[in-house]
Design a protein around this ligand. Structure first.
Ligand SMILES: Cc1cc2nc3c(=O)[nH]c(=O)nc-3n(C[C@H](O)[C@H](O)[C@H](O)COP(=O)(O)OP(=O)(O)OC[C@H]3O[C@@H](n4cnc5c(N)ncnc54)[C@H](O)[C@@H]3O)c2cc1C
Length: 498
């Protein structure tokens, strides 16, 4: 049997980013994927029991990092025919009383609309949006090395250019991640608008991890390409990666679940785009005892239960401008979301759960077919919840969009407990592949100096490594660059250009 240079287990965005980086450096690479189709959390599928023609994003739908991630910027999706369209309103947050916070791509419009909180919003997010390259490099860095924290920021003064944005980002995280978070804004609209983004981490609020996510994503909403929706669905990002991999000699095999080392073809390096638990199950006896013990301490987090809807028309939001956003955080006020997230953290279902809604047709009208459109939603629930949350999600949306029920012509729920069936990287429905607390966002999967290297020739490259969840490919890129240097003595960076 021919010895491959590298095998990548898992074809999510991180696995493919690793495979592309290795193939671009001339390595022979094979990707093994358990599922029948490629793409992991970035797949777009047909669901015939719901609608023949519609395309549904199985997991990710909204892609602020598809243009901002240093890996995907270097890969240049645009030049590969991937169209990223940013709606005029990146995200919205309706609250009771016919009110809503709206994050326009245009910072000034956002500030104007937030009235008495306009200046406070601008002061917090304006500088971060202006210096989004540095902020993104920090947030999506490897959390260990200068090289890994400078990705995408070049020039002789690169390091110096990080200091100001780094301090600004850090102090904003401390403010919005702690007891002082309520001091900045006066209105419920502004408070709720930022909290909806912080809630992405599915942890109690306020939290440093939630604040880090909120400030990165909120800054990107006002920078360059905003919160982009890929025309045709998230799968187009994956397809571009696979095309490049194959053009450079790599291969992908689907329906190839790796359960033990003997399932792997002989290779000089193996990169796991999986959970640490899977890497342990497959390669545990190659990993040192201390690292094994540390990997076993990795904690998985609370969960999401997904609901896909088919609608006969747009969501009838009470505040019509909410309908200009492709992403709507449906959780009510800051105080309501705090209660909802605390309830989930205590292992219970919230009466009024935090719900994320994405309406891709707002940015990509081609998603409307035969008079119907897909609507993507998920609710935060405790880990392993078997509950069908369709009623709760409908009730929450209906609060802010009376008449929503009347436009629903079909739906299906994927309870958190069933999430693993289509992607085993989300144990119990943990869509972050590991609790997104501040500690675990940094010490992911362990606090080792190299978070990717597990053993000689064995790497972890999934969202369970820095920088964590999201479709950015950075975990894969960081791991592959290390493998190239360590296993293959390749010192120069392979170009990722088309
Ligand atoms: C409901 C939901 C909504 C989301 N929304 C967004 C969003 O809007 N924007 C965003 O940026 N991110 C979003 N995310 C998160 C994002 O999808 C993930 O963070 C991202 O896909 C992680 O990429 P990855 O390559 O690390 O892993 P994954 O994309 O999870 O891919 C891992 C792959 O490995 C395969 N695999 C696992 N174990 C094995 C094995 N033993 N053998 C072979 N193959 C294996 C899996 O089948 C899978 O294909 C969402 C996730 C979910 C679930």
């Amino acid at each position: 049997m021919t010895l491959l240079d590298a095998v990548v287990v898992g074809s999510g965005p991180n696995g493919l980013a690793a495979a592309v980086t290795l193939a671009r450096a001339g390595m022979g690479v094979r990707v093994l994927e358990a599922q029948p189709t490629v793409g992991g959390g970035s797949r777009t599928v047909r669901v015939p029991e719901l609608a023949d023609d519609l395309l549904f994003d199985l997991c990710s739908a909204v892609h602020p990092m598809a243009w901002a991630s240093p890996f995907l910027r270097a890969f240049d999706l645009g030049a590969r025919g991937v169209e990223l369209v940013a709606p005029e309103v990146a995200y919205a947050q309706p609250i009771d009383g016919g009110r809503a916070g709206l994050a326009f791509r245009d910072l000034d419009r956002t500030a104007e609309r937030l009235g008495p909180d306009g200046d406070a919003w601008r002061d917090l997010l304006g500088p971060l949006a202006e210096q989004w390259r540095q902020v993104t490099a920090l947030a999506l860095g490897d959390k260990r090395t200068v090289r890994g924290m400078l990705a995408g920021v070049s020039g002789p003064a690169a390091l110096a250019s990080m200091v100001g944005p780094g301090l600004r980002f850090g102090s904003a995280v401390l403010e919005q991640g702690g007891p002082r978070w309520d001091r900045r804004f006066l209105t419920e609209e502004a408070k709720a608008l930022l909290t909806g983004v912080a809630a992405h981490n599915i942890t109690p609020l306020p939290s440093l991890g939630g604040a880090g996510t909120a400030l990165l994503l909120a800054a990107l909403a006002h920078a360059d390409s905003g919160w982009a929706i890929p025309v045709g669905g998230s799968q187009v990002i994956i397809d571009a990666l696979v095309r490049d991999l194959e053009a450079h000699g790599g291969t992908v095999e689907t329906g190839r679940r790796v359960a033990s080392w003997s399932d792997l073809p002989p290779a000089r390096a193996v990169l796991f785009d999986t959970t640490p638990a899977t890497a342990l199950a497959v390669a545990g006896d190659r990993i040192g005892r201390a690292r094994r013990a540390a990997l076993r301490r990795f904690r998985y987090g609370n969960a999401a239960a997904k609901v896909d809807f088919v609608l006969s028309g747009p969501v009838p939001w009470r505040v019509p401008d909410v309908g200009r956003a492709a992403t709507v955080h449906v959780g009510g006020t800051r105080a309501e979301m705090v209660i909802a997230e605390d309830t989930v953290a205590n292992g219970l279902h919230a009466d009024r759960p935090t719900v994320l809604v994405s309406d891709p047709s707002v940015a990509d009208p081609g998603r409307v077919r035969g008079g119907v459109r897909p609507l993507w939603a998920y609710a935060h629930v405790p880990a392993g919840s078997p509950q069908d949350v369709t009623d709760e999600v409908v009730r929450q949306i209906e609060r802010f969009a009376p008449g929503f029920r009347d436009v629903v012509v079909g739906s299906r729920c994927i309870p958190a407990a069933e999430m693993e069936r289509h992607n085993e990287n989300y144990p119990g429905g943990d869509i972050s592949a590991g609790a997104a607390t501040m500690w675990q966002m940094i010490a992911r999967p362990t606090s080792a100096p190299d978070p990717y290297l597990l053993a000689e020739g064995v790497y972890l490259c999934s969202a369970s490594t820095p920088p964590g969840p999201g479709v950015h490919g950075m975990g894969g890129w960081h791991a592959a660059r290390r493998a190239l240097r360590r296993e293959f003595d390749v010192r120069s960076e392979p170009s990722l250009r088309p």
